[in-house]
Design a protein around this ligand. Structure first.
Ligand code: UGA
Length: 437
């Protein structure tokens, strides 16, 4: 089937390439000239495992092409997926100007019946608004609005697309349901479950899923705080509750708080929708508070591990990305911790596998930060090591080498990725999350 994807950002590009891999004929529209040129030359502008390989493969097999011409792209397409950006506006709601602009252009130029699908995360009720824009822009167009939210995780986007836990599709009529069913048939053939519902419920599922996951993280983080006080062990606690299949083992790793481009933005947009509809979401509200407080608590933890004031100290910060396997630093707890440490007079010696360039830009106003490509260099001369992102290289840290090169003997592991016994046996003081040290 011929499919158009509007926007070659994170969700758009991954979806477009994966649809092409599933055998559909895909045209992806990107208005940014530089990005477009790169994509046409088979270069991926973001860091995502396996994406470049798949792009290469699908361009070579002529299953995907890139253009900035919407009119040409939608010719003969049965479905057009909207995957343009929805940044957060000043009120905490999603800014839909890019979505609406794209929809208007599509409506004005469409020559055949169209299913218009929102893939970008859009607030509840957006489907209705899009429908009104299309109807006004082109009264003769036969169209249907669909909501098909994406549940991709950065770093695992291809796997998440190809092996989804579920596919959610909000539809308003049978014809749209049939077309969406055909698009996802190859995944259904491999066992993927598809859930059809109405458009508004599909829009809300996306926000509810992200808010629920964020709630799970805040819950386990607070349990970790309690474990530290009572002398419990959070790893065992996570397992002890997670093995109950009603709770589930995933997303019960405590850490420095959640970040990224999705959870903070989506929770904020959900709260906005709730306020507009006079519904109190007190649980979701407290998730934001708990997560904001978390970064300050982490700095307190570092101070207490040092056993003295922060001012004048040198701290090696391993990890800047909001999680491993990405160069994304949006709402990264590591970045918030770096800023707070600098404000407290610390010289931060920072390193990351992929996010150094983004961090240099974000932290350019903060003088007291040095960046190191090699994290062992960041550790040299430091008073304490903080692990803030769970990169594999930090899991594999050679502490014997660290012992040889530096006098630093304190590790604060905010991701609980090191083996406590091994670390202590090598003569280090070890401070983890959710266990008395
Ligand atoms: C999240 C969702 O997991 C995806 O399903 C969704 O599609 C995506 O948002 C989106 O809305 O686009 P992502 O932001 O890439 O994906 O990252 P996650 O892997 O979910 O992690 C989010 C944050 O939670 C990270 O800061 C991570 O370190 C933290 N986290 C996660 C924990 O602290 N503990 C955990 O057990 C799991």
């Amino acid at each position: 089937m011929k499919i158009t994807v509007i926007g070659a950002g994170y969700v758009g590009l991954v979806s477009a390439v994966c649809f092409a891999k599933l055998g559909h004929q895909v045209v992806c529209v990107e208005k940014d000239k530089n990005k477009l040129k790169k994509l046409q030359q088979k270069q991926v502008p973001i860091f995502e495992p396996d994406l470049e390989k798949l792009l290469n493969e699908t361009i070579t097999s002529k299953k995907i092409s890139f253009t900035d011409d919407i009119t040409k792209a939608i010719e003969d397409s049965l479905a057009v997926f909207l995957a343009v950006g929805t940044p957060q506006d000043k009120d905490g709601n999603a800014d839909l100007s890019f979505v609406f602009a794209a929809v208007e252009e599509i409506a004005k130029n469409a020559k055949n019946d169209l299913v218009i699908v929102t893939k970008s995360t859009v607030p509840v009720g957006t489907g209705e608004k899009i429908s009104a824009i299309v109807a006004k822009a082109n009264q003769n167009l036969n169209f249907s609005i669909v909501s098909n939210p994406e549940f991709l995780r950065e770093g695992f986007a291809i796997v998440d697309f190809m092996k989804p836990d579920r596919i959610v599709v909000g539809v308003a009529d049978e014809k749209a349901q049939k077309i969406m069913g055909e698009i996802y048939q190859p995944l259904q053939n491999q066992g993927a479950k598809i859930l059809f519902c109405d458009v508004k419920t599909a829009e809300l599922i996306k926000y509810a899923a992200n808010s629920f996951l964020a709630t799970k993280i805040c819950f386990i983080n607070e349990m970790a705080d309690l474990c530290e006080k009572i002398g419990g062990d959070i790893k065992k606690l996570s397992l002890g509750i997670g093995l109950d299949s009603r709770i589930g083992e995933k997303f019960l790793n405590p850490g420095p708080g959640f970040g990224g481009s999705c959870f903070p933005k989506d929770i904020s947009a959900l709260l906005y929708t709730a306020r507009e509809n006079d519904v109190e979401l007190s649980v979701v509200n407290s998730v934001i508070k708990s997560n904001d407080k978390r970064k300050i608590l982490m700095v307190e933890k570092i101070r207490s591990a040092l056993g003295e004031e922060l001012a004048g100290k040198k701290i090696a910060l391993l990890g800047l990305a909001f999680k491993a396997n990405t160069d994304d630093i949006r709402y990264s707890p590591a970045i918030a911790i770096a800023k707070e440490l600098v404000k407290n007079g610390v010289l931060v010696k920072a390193s990351d596998e992929e996010a150094i360039e983004n961090s240099k830009f974000e932290l350019k106003e903060f003088g007291n930060i040095e960046f190191f490509a090699d994290f062992y260099e960041a550790i040299k001369g430091s008073d304490l090591i903080v692990i803030a992102t769970e990169w594999q290289k930090y899991r594999d840290i050679d502490l014997q080498l660290v012992s040889k090169n530096t006098a630093c003997r304190k590790i604060v592991d905010l991701r609980n990725i090191l083996n406590e016994e091994k670390v202590k046996n090598l003569g280090f003081e070890y401070f983890s999350i959710g266990k008395l040290d």
